[in-house]
Design a protein. Structure first.
Length: 489
């Protein structure tokens, strides 16, 4: 296994699961993983403070819950009587708030430890893991349970609708749905009664050298963290997931395993899958001859896999699966997972715009296929793609090229860490070699969105794609389309 490139901060908290979060400070509180954890703490009545490099609508919402939020990092932001300081591996050891916590003897802990402690008081902690689909699956499961009257707690690494909506403190002893991150191995050591693994593939090359390393880490996670009477809900279509199940079965002391997917061997089998016009449908066949017509108001057959995982999990939790299928009709996606672009309301100049967080070739392919199902008569898919970082682009360059060849026009733009024009030109050329018909390199993100709007025509779908700040250029896309629409009129 390769050495991680991110700084590692040793935790000061004890090894047991319950830690004192009654006065907790979060460093980088505005991050996708931190913000929902902070919200759950605030809703439980804990004193919450936190800092981040920039403000956001989510932080403003957290402040409305009486959290004390700071812009920028400074030692004085950490309360002297804080019971815990929470970090992620994006934070350096020399962060002034980390240093102050050390001087004051305040326990310093990773986000996963704080989340694990929150889950520990619940009778049914559900950990949703996997290379792709964690946020959507967690969101579907939380929504279904809530609409079924279960009042779940949840922590999801994306907003459901409004800013800061990815976290909620429900019933104190009910189900807790948590999206659990595997990128830096911090899923190892967390405890759960139900483990949902959406799929296992190679990702995070800074921390893993191959797919087998992921399987090893998941095996360690389950052996150390899954309750002895727990259940593993697993993707039958994923080779990595099948390898994991085989290892657990070979040991003879593995957990109960429930599978889902297209495979004929799956306990919950998907057949007749289709996605068109923003609606996805399938027949889901379950144990005991049960059969359900599954329908979603989100694009992409990959979302049907996520929904199958949810129904299998609801069955594991003893819930009414038929009712769960009905409630999934109300799921309209989690933010930035092929959902309508925030600045776009309906069509503008006959063009639809979507946001996508995709930053892995498999995710790019899946979201572009979903976009293809949304185009109008004779319409095209136009993508503004922002790589997440130079190292990821270097590692997956050929695979990105093949995935991006699935759209009609590609506008490549700069990442937040400064990908060079040379690297983008190389990706552009390889995209054409892989079968793509047209490509453009525009380093400025706003200008890239403007270029996409200029390329678009009625019936097209424009996708702003990448985990960085490309989403903030949605207003440029809208304004340019509006100007073109007015000029045409």
């Amino acid at each position: 296994m390769v050495e991680t490139a991110v700084p590692r901060i040793a935790e000061d908290s004890p090894a047991n699961r319950l830690v004192d979060l009654s006065r907790v400070h979060f460093i980088g509180v505005g991050g996708n993983g931190m913000l929902p954890v902070a919200r759950v703490c605030a809703e439980r009545g804990f004193a919450v403070s936190g800092s981040d490099n920039r403000t956001s609508a989510g932080l403003k919402e957290l402040a409305r819950l009486d959290a004390c939020v700071y812009t920028g990092h400074a030692a004085e932001h950490v309360p002297a009587d804080a019971t815990a300081v929470v970090f992620t591996h994006a934070v350096g050891e020399d962060n002034p708030e980390i240093l102050r916590a050390r001087r004051l003897g305040i326990p310093v802990m990773h986000r996963s430890t704080a989340l694990d402690s929150l889950m520990a008081t619940h009778s049914a902690p559900v950990a949703v893991m996997g290379t792709h689909g964690k946020s959507s699956t967690s969101g579907m499961l939380a929504l279904a349970l809530a609409r079924m009257g279960q009042s779940p707690s949840y922590v999801i690494g994306a907003d459901l609708r409004a800013p800061c909506s990815g976290g909620h403190a429900g019933e104190a002893n009910g189900v807790f749905v948590a999206e659990v991150d595997e990128s830096d191995h911090t899923h190892i050591g967390m405890s759960m009664r139900v483990a949902v693994i959406t799929n296992i593939g190679f990702d995070h090359p800074e921390n893993y050298s191959e797919e087998d390393d992921h399987v090893n880490a998941y095996e360690e996670c389950l052996r150390s963290g899954l309750h002895e009477a727990g259940t593993l809900v697993l993707d039958a279509d994923s080779s990595g997931a099948r390898e994991l199940a085989a290892r657990l079965a070979l040991a003879g002391d593995g957990p109960r395993v429930v599978t889902f997917g297209r495979s004929a061997s799956a306990d919950w089998q998907l057949v007749d899958m289709a996605s068109e016009g923003g609606r996805s449908t399938a027949v889901l066949r379950g144990p005991g001859g049960r059969e359900f017509d599954l329908a979603l108001l989100v694009a992409g057959t990959h979302q049907l896999h996520n929904a199958a995982a949810v129904i299998a999990t609801l069955d594991t939790l003893g819930q009414d699966c038929a009712q769960g299928v009905q409630q999934l009709l109300y799921f309209d996606g989690v933010q930035r997972r092929m959902t309508p672009a925030a600045e776009m309301v309906g069509e503008m100049a006959g063009v639809l715009a979507y946001d996508s967080y995709a930053h892995h070739p498999d995710e790019v392919s899946a979201d572009l296929a979903a976009a293809r199902s949304l185009v109008g008569q004779g319409g095209r898919v136009i993508t503004v793609f922002q790589p997440s970082c130079k190292s990821r682009l270097n590692w997956f360059d050929i695979d990105f090229a093949r995935a991006l060849a699935g759209c009609d026009e590609v506008v490549l733009t700069d990442s937040t860490d400064g990908v060079s024009r040379v690297l983008l030109e190389v990706l552009s050329a390889r995209t054409v070699e892989a079968g793509g018909s047209s490509r453009h390199v525009v380093l400025d993100r706003a200008e890239a969105a403007e270029r996409a709007a200029q390329l678009a025509r009625p019936g097209d779908v424009v996708v702003l794609m990448g985990p960085g700040d490309i989403v903030a250029s949605g207003h440029v896309l809208r304004a340019t389309l509006g100007e073109l629409d007015s000029a045409a009129a």
